[in-house]
Design a protein around this ligand. Structure first.
Ligand SMILES: C[S@@+](CC[C@H](N)C(=O)[O-])C[C@H]1O[C@@H](n2cnc3c(N)ncnc32)[C@H](O)[C@@H]1O
Length: 237
């Protein structure tokens, strides 16, 4: 597993500490709180990445590597890099998922040259970084012109009739499940509060466009609380 220096600001430190504390239970909790739907969203991410034979793909903020696992299941010929700055998350996934090249690195300072990957993906990373725009710029820098950048992220609950029920689920049920199954209510309170105050998919799509992507598509899941956004890298940035 390659090592790389990364940001030492407080926010990054807290995020790393939090994911370290839940690393052993992260996948289980994900399955529980999404009613098992998380796998299908990751499959959709891989579909959006449009991977050809022998493609080279990067998953930024890979955690336990589940997006790369889906990518490898869909096409054994591809080569996958998974990067994350919480080494414990990658260690938790390492025994479960074969075929990934793991690399400990900051998503705001990716240790790869320009234009090397056929696609770059991320799952629930963007909400956690200190600089959304820079995270997308790094993904755009490292993907080849014409390659896709795909982002899976939670979204603030839409203003509709379901909103009170969704808020109830987010604010009370998810933290309770976090407490019961991961022994960590705070981490799951953070998940819900960061989701509530995060950017809408439309706002994210503008940032992606400014970072150098075009043909940006948005697909929503789970009553609009999950979105997959994807865009193609322009030739000239
Ligand atoms: C919610 S988990 C998502 C894991 C995985 N992508 C998935 O789909 O389940 C977010 C991951 O992003 C990582 N992360 C957050 N900020 C990061 C940064 N600036 N650089 C690298 N990894 C980061 C965390 O360590 C954590 O493993």
């Amino acid at each position: 597993m390659a090592m790389r220096d990364f940001g030492k600001d407080n926010n990054s430190g807290n995020v790393r500490k939090m994911f370290k504390s839940i690393s052993g239970r992260y996948d289980l909790l994900n399955t529980l709180i999404t009613f098992g739907r998380d796998k299908s969203w990751r499959k959709y991410v891989v579909q959006e990445a449009s991977l050809k034979q022998d493609a080279l793909i990067l998953d930024a903020g890979t955690g336990t590597g589940r997006i790369m696992q889906e990518a490898l299941l869909s096409n054994r010929s591809i080569k996958t890099f998974g990067t994350d700055f919480t080494i414990e998350m990658m260690l938790a996934g390492k025994n479960e998922v074969n075929g990934i090249s793991w690399c400990c690195a900051d998503a705001l300072n990716l240790p790869f040259p320009d234009s090397v990957f056929d696609a770059v993906t991320s799952g629930y990373l963007i909400r956690n970084v200190t600089d959304t725009r820079r995270a997308f710029m790094e993904q755009v820098r490292t993907v080849k012109p014409g390659g896709r950048v795909v982002c899976l992220e939670t979204s603030p609950p839409p203003q509709n009739i379901l909103r009170p029920f969704i808020l109830l689920y987010l604010k009370f049920i998810i933290p309770m499940l976090g407490f019961l199954f991961a022994g960590n209510k705070n981490a799951y309170q953070y998940l819900t509060s960061s989701t509530e105050r995060f950017k809408t998919p439309e706002e994210l799509s503008l940032i992606m466009r400014d970072a150098g992507l075009y043909d940006i598509r948005i697909k929503r899941f789970m009553f609009g609380t999950i979105a997959v956004l994807s865009g193609i890298r322009r030739v000239h940035l």
